[in-house]
Ligand binder design. Sequence first.
Ligand code: 5GP
Length: 120
Amino acid sequence: MPYDPDNIFAKILRGDIPCDKVYEDDHVLSFRDLHPQAPTHILVIPKGAYTDMDDFTANAAPEEMAAFFKAVGHVAREEGVAETGYRIISNCGVNSGQEVPHLHIHILGGRKLGRMVAAA
Ligand code: 5GP
């Protein structure tokens, strides 16, 4: 799927719409999910134009990948969920139900999270 520059996270990256920012560096932006599914629900996105994890792992530069995954751990520690435990999710493509076509990792924590995947 070609990257859609009008997706909602691209607009957040351009500053066209606001976000509740948690962390930012040269390669990464992190902000709170608009509709939290847990007491802590934070999104981590690369600043590069990558549709999903498949696109990112095929095409991103090593420094972008390192920054992205380091940011996930950093945010989890800073937000206090690393000690109690958390779950990361990245939906990729149609079967996952991915809604926003810009790569993002969800960090969820602050309560017991239940089953990893709902029964089909
Ligand atoms: P996906 O289903 O693509 O994995 O997750 C997309 C996530 O983006 C959802 O959890 C949804 O609540 C969140 N989201 C959608 N629009 C916005 C927005 O404008 N701002 C923020 N902060 N989160 C959003």
